[in-house]
Write a protein that binds this ligand. Structure first.
Ligand code: ZN
Length: 287
């Protein structure tokens, strides 16, 4: 949890460029580097913290050093640079509240003890836990209910989802069965949830917290902020293409990070990778 992580990554990237002889011949090479200190510093201190500001200053120096190294070894005129992020993040709730923005920490471990869930246990004759576990973003129900009939399990899952949806920190709760059957409103939020659903591997009830509400437990570590929501502060990231043959411009229409792979393939005139979705960013190709 320090900007030093990015400096180690920089050293590794330089050694890799050198020893793999990237950019040494006429065949394009691809180098992907993840500078991840920003993620950890953001979790521990919050994205608007002084620590995060200091980290970004140091990351800026690290990027400058990497680009200077690439310029020396390969030449930036022969290099296409793509800069992006896999997610954004919310501010720490204390800071958000100081700005009048509501938010807080969610504790799904306590949900099983809520009176609404206790009522469902009585209604469906369930001893012990009904909510066994929460693994973001899914609730897993007690293995007890797997012995119930399919129809009853569906009833229980739907009842749990309905109760969770009424919790003050919850924006949306929907059973995996409902996601599988697909008879849900075609909203942007539901489409985002569906992209994170796998019928074979997902839990029983998908939960979306309200904006600026999240779990502050990060693998057992108490943190200030956690990403992992469909809200704009988590999903809005920069996508920067830079190269000697790319015209300077800003694009304000909505694009997606999955567009990067398709655009790189088109730029190189090669087949996109298997499973690549998204669309080609024509602004990058119309030089
Ligand atoms: Zn993270």
């Amino acid at each position: 949890v320090s900007p030093a992580g990015d400096e180690l990554t920089l050293d590794f990237a330089k050694a890799l460029i050198e020893n793999e002889r990237l950019g040494d011949d006429g065949v394009p090479d691809y180098l992907g580097v993840s500078f991840s200190s920003t993620d950890y510093v953001g979790h521990l201190f919050g994205p608007s913290s002084l620590e995060a500001e200091d980290n970004i200053l140091r990351l800026d120096r690290v990027l400058a050093e990497l680009l200077a190294y690439v310029d020396e070894k390969v030449g930036l005129e022969h290099t296409l640079i793509v800069l992006s992020a896999d997610h954004g993040g919310p501010d720490a709730p204390g800071y958000s509240k100081s700005l009048g923005i509501p938010g807080g920490y969610v504790d799904p471990e306590s949900w099983d003890r809520e009176s609404a869930i206790a009522r469902l246990k009585r209604e469906f004759n369930i001893d012990g836990e009904l909510i066994e576990k929460y693994q973001h973003p899914y609730v897993y129900l007690s293995p007890q209910i797997t012995s119930r009939s399919d129809a009853e399990r569906e009833l229980i899952e739907r009842a749990v989802a309905e109760e969770l949806a009424r919790f003050p920190e919850v924006s949306l709760a929907v059973s995996s069965r409902a996601l599988e059957y697909g008879n849900l409103p075609d909203t942007e939020l539901v489409r985002a949830v569906l992209r994170n659903f796998n019928a074979k591997r997902s839990g029983d009830v998908y939960v979306v917290f309200k904006p600026n509400w999240f779990i502050n437990d990060f693998d057992g570590l108490l943190v200030a902020s956690t990403h992992g929501s469909p809200w704009r502060y988590d999903s809005f990231v920069p996508v920067v293409f830079a190269g000697s043959d790319i015209r300077p411009q800003r694009i304000h229409r909505r694009i997606f990070t999955v567009d990067v792979a398709r655009t790189l393939a088109a730029y190189l005139g090669i087949r996109p990778p298997s499973g690549a979705t998204g669309t080609v960013l024509h602004e990058i190709l119309n030089k």
